[in-house]
Ligand binder design. Structure first.
Ligand code: HEC
Length: 155
């Protein structure tokens, strides 16, 4: 993409104004309402309510990510920061408000737990601790977020 000079200057101005008024603009990252995630570039995993039960994008240890896996990490990065970071912490590092999702085992058991939580959310004593995302995210987005978390360093 070509960006001409005036567009560049406008972008710089924008960046500067955000830098100048971070608090008043409420731009604390991850502070946004739940929203759908753009999954363009990811092949469809199938429509409907029947989701895969194992993360299809999982990168096994020592493997280089293929194109779908690379795209999944990108989609998951955005999806996580838009929908999960405000409770689970920026870049997957929990501040203590909700569990640190980097430590959820990258295996079938972890997938089952993850799927249940992300689709149904968590309620306790009538209170919503975590909202359900079944109507907001498709399975490509959900597994992309899981893949992103699995690639975050654990320390
Ligand atoms: C409003 C805050 C909030 C948001 C937003 C939120 N969660 Fe949670 N989540 C929680 C809390 C609190 C828990 C712990 C619930 C409990 O007590 O078991 C939790 C638990 C989980 C668990 C189970 C973790 C474990 O170790 O037991 C998973 C998986 C999870 N969330 C995934 C996500 C994902 C993925 C997103 C974004 C799509 C997300 N959550 C968005 C608050 C949130």
């Amino acid at each position: 993409m070509k960006i001409n000079l005036s567009a560049k200057l406008a972008l710089m101005g924008l960046a500067l104004s955000f830098a100048a008024f971070p608090a008043s603009r409420g731009f604390s990252h991850g502070d946004t309402a739940p929203q759908a995630v753009d999954t363009e570039g990811l092949d469809s995993l199938g429509e409907g309510d029947e989701w895969l039960t194992v993360n299809p994008y999982r990168i096994e240890e020592g493997e280089e990510p293929n194109a779908q896996q690379t795209r999944a990490i990108e989609v998951g990065t955005v999806g996580y920061s838009q929908n999960c970071a405000r409770c689970h912490g920026l870049e997957g590092v929990s501040g203590g408000m909700a569990p640190d999702l980097r430590y959820l085992d990258a295996d079938e058991w972890g997938d089952e737990w993850y799927l249940d939580r992300i689709r149904n959310g968590v309620t306790q004593n009538g209170g919503v601790k975590m909202p359900p995302f079944a109507d907001i995210l498709n399975q490509e987005a959900a597994w992309a977020i899981r893949t992103y978390l699995e690639t975050r360093p654990q320390d």
